[in-house]
Design a protein around this ligand. Sequence first.
Ligand code: FUL
Length: 478
Amino acid sequence: MDRRRFLLASSASALAASALPASALAAAPAAVAAARPRPTPQQLAWQREELALFVHYTVNTYTDREWGEGDESPRAFAPTDLDARQWARAAKAGGFRSLILTAKHHDGFCLWPTATTAHSVRSSAWRDGRGDVVREFVDACRAENLGAGFYLSPWDRHEPRYGSGQAYDDFYLAQLTELLTNYGPVVEVWFDGANGEGPNGRRQAYDWPRIHRTVRALQPDAVIFSDAGPDVRWIGNERGVAGSTCWATVDPARVPYPGFDRPWVGEALQQGDPHGNAWRPGETDVSIRPGWFWHAAEDAKVRSADNLIDLYCSSVGRNSKLLLNVPPTRAGRFHDTDVARLAEFGRKREALFAGGNRLAGARVRASGGDAPQRVLDADAESFWRADAVEAWLEFELDAEIEFDLLCLQEAIAHGQHVANHRFEIWRDGQWRTVAWGTTIGHKRLERFEPERARRLRLVVEHGYEPARIATVAVYRGG
Ligand code: FUL
């Protein structure tokens, strides 16, 4: 399952260094510290949720397509047993904290009875044309205490005004306004960059500033997603893999608008930019099945729980957020297989951290400044602040512990600063590296074969400001 291992044990190595000499500890210039970006409270809350579920649902579910043409009859949309509460319960069982629904995909069919077009659930036979999937979706999220968000495709292959300029902008903004005023608080608005041709063969130049102003005015607490943010960015691929180096900061000029297409965009989005002036963390969207929509032919191709754990480690464990897509079937429910996988994923994830942080009770020493008095754990609002951009934190226990998972966190409310780090154990009279990496950010997870040690340490080899470390934890999950 492409399980990543950073076992450098056999390389007796240049990395097996001893304590950093005091001369290596350089102070950060105050001017740089002041300039580094920090998250807004909304971006911070968004990232701390770690897990969100994507729900792709439209006429495609019934026509067996991934992209509708826009000429589908609304009567094609025919759920036999729609149960949004079942979606929300399945999400919750897996540990997901919010859901994002495709209120409108590229085919233009609206899952709510919009006043802007007849191309909606109102023209279907479902609930005699009086149904509202968006309403049932937000009600289910609220009942399960989960956040609700919307995907509203700007590309609309049905609407004749698409490609006409302001007339389509007005139409699109009216749809957005309905969604953001009639359904209560929204946690995220998801803007797809797809910008194909409409029914007239024309393309629309989207009015992003107006779109963003509308979201800010109507839902100031919602984060806005797109390739180009402004609040959270696409991670640059649909494989579920954030960069091994992943900064929450970007230089906005590199991906100036959603759908900006250059060969290097994927890499730029995966990695972010340590010197970027915008805080714009990456969201990793990936489907539990090969497609985004449900297809009977893919019922046997649902990702295993182990594979979902791998995705968790390659997204959340790399300073990103996982947005996992689970598509309803034609019934309007999640398939039993998908529901079972979500629950199993939740159980396996908890098992990884079962037994708690094995460093609990350790004596702690720091390279400089005050060492933390107790185990570092991001759930507490405290953190260790290094007094230099190179620093280490050592943990000594009375007895050996065994562990196979490392979890590091920076206190990102204060920015993201660590550029290079390693984690070491004391063995046979020297420090040996068991995991190394570049960025940490909100969370860095590394899995490896079980290790045993009594003395362990985190070395920050370089940071752009003295590190603020919120968590150093090791677990024996298995
Ligand atoms: C893409 C779309 O074209 C896909 O259909 C899907 O919605 C994915 C999340 O974004 O750009």
